[in-house]
Design a protein around this ligand. Structure first.
Ligand SMILES: [Zn+2]
Length: 462
């Protein structure tokens, strides 16, 4: 095992290690950044008198808005940057347009090594070993997930094929069938699409991919019945990870018990508490939630060197499961598999984080447009689709002008938010108007995943 000592350690050892590391990290950020020195001093927080990890709660929570304000004051990395610029070896940016602000994370060589190690450890837990063929389908960019997946595969010593640029048919025929992978990293929606395409091409995953030990999924919630169906069709196990930019990759990952436990219920994702302090807080009271309850995940990086975070609010809604819940015996607390959601309206589409505000900004930049509505779904072929209906202000706009505008906007959206959308015109006066809180988007992907029906004899199309 890569980290047997950690997996077999007692809860007491883990908590002792956290306190020791946290003391060092707090001293590090206090002495290295004006931003944290100011925050600690404003709160009257004596970081060198830390008695237990819970003392962290004397500090206020840190929000995305705090980070963006800091970056505006001290561009481009903010006053929270803890290293000199010559130590930065990579940059991670949250997705979004400059209009709504992108958080910038400076990564040092140590940060990159750390991110890769967390992933490598998780791959190992999923059953992958050195030399195993591993296919990565997430496109590499400035977001942290795909980079972590690649760096972890390299660290593990897996035989790695990053196949994101190729279309799904090539992925299946040129790469999967030829190389017979031991593991594949996908989103749930993309796995549905691969499954449907297998059916269309006459490929039986069970027979064609006998070496497959693990299908690794992340980024979206999914119905448990869908997970069971996928495990049957592919004759392997599904493993989930939860990650975010603020954690620099992997924050929690499933273990040998998979996403469905022995009782046929949703499994556990073990929080990476060796490297991070996690709190799951009630948004109303700010208190830690009880076992089994949902709350917002708040994190404090214990090792991050370039742009560390202390008590950052992720806006991710998770169900807290204390250590001892999972039958594997690891000492770490967990969150429930398959149900991580958002408190705000950020959407994860094709492994990209999409903010409705970013879409609003691009669409309403055209004065001819009155209102719009968006819908994210999984179609009958398992493909994720984004459809946007546009309503024009004037009924008298010539057809030619409308067509041209929709084409231009389509390109702007693809470049601006990184996801292709199908644009169409809505009848005049047909779309709901929003006076207060806007709800322009609907997400019907769970229904779509359910629709990918299969029998024991293979998939069948609707
Ligand atoms: Zn476990």
């Amino acid at each position: 095992m890569l980290y047997p000592a950690q997996d077999q350690a007692s809860r007491e050892t883990l908590e002792k290690s956290q306190l020791d590391r946290l003391s060092k990290q707090l001293e590090y950020v206090y002495s290295s950044s004006d931003f944290y020195r100011q925050r600690f001093d404003d709160a009257g927080f004596q970081h060198n008198e830390l008695k237990n990890v819970g003392d962290l709660r004397q500090l206020p929570l840190l929000t995305k808005e705090d980070l963006l304000a800091d970056q505006i004051k001290h561009p481009p990395y903010g006053g929270r940057l803890c290293v000199s610029e010559d130590k930065i070896t990579m940059l991670i940016l949250t997705s979004g347009t400059s209009g709504i602000g992108q958080e910038a994370y400076a990564m040092t060589r140590q940060d990159i090594t750390f991110g890769g190690s967390a992933w490598a450890n998780w791959y190992y837990r999923c059953g992958l070993r050195k030399g195993d063929q591993l296919l990565l389908t997430w496109p590499l960019g400035t977001n942290s997930g795909p980079q972590g997946a690649f760096l972890g595969a390299y660290k593990l010593g897996a035989n790695t094929l990053p196949i994101a640029p190729y279309d799904t048919k090539s992925k299946l025929e040129t790469y999967m069938q030829k190389f017979n992978p031991a593991g594949i990293v996908v989103t749930p929606a993309y796995l549905s699409h691969l499954t449907v395409l297998c059916e269309e091409l006459g490929i039986d995953p069970k027979a064609q991919f006998p070496n497959l030990k693990a299908i690794m999924i992340a980024t979206e919630a999914y119905p448990i019945s869908w997970a069971q169906r996928m495990e049957t069709i592919w004759n392997t196990r599904l493993f989930e990870l939860y990650g975010n930019t603020q954690q620099s990759g992997l924050a929690a990952g499933g273990c040998e018990t998979s996403v469905i436990n022995e009782k046929g219920e949703r499994g556990c994702l073990h929080l990476d508490e060796w490297n991070t302090v996690f709190e799951v807080l009630d948004r109303e009271t700010g208190e830690h939630v009880s076992p089994g309850e949902e709350g917002e995940l708040v994190l404090t990086n214990l090792f991050r060197e370039g742009s560390p975070l202390i008590r950052f609010r992720t806006s991710d809604r998770v169900r807290f499961l204390p250590h001892g819940t999972c039958s594997c015996g690891r000492p770490t607390n967990c969150i429930e598999a398959g149900t991580v959601a958002r408190y705000d309206d950020m959407m994860k589409i094709r492994a990209q984080n999409i903010w409705p505000e970013a879409v609003d900004a691009l669409i309403f930049a055209h004065p001819e447009i009155e209102e719009y509505q968006g819908r994210v779904s999984v179609n009958h072929r398992g493909r994720e689709e984004v459809e946007v209906e546009i309503e024009f202000k004037s009924e008298d706009l010539p057809e030619e002008a409308k067509t041209k505008l929709l084409q231009t906007l389509s390109e702007e959206l693809r470049h601006g938010v990184g996801v292709s959308m199908e644009l169409s015109e809505a009848a005049h006066g047909s779309l709901e108007r929003f006076e207060f809180k806007t709800r322009r988007w609907t997400d019907e992907r769970n229904t779509g995943l359910e629709r990918v029906l299969h029998t024991s004899g293979g998939a069948h199309k609707e």
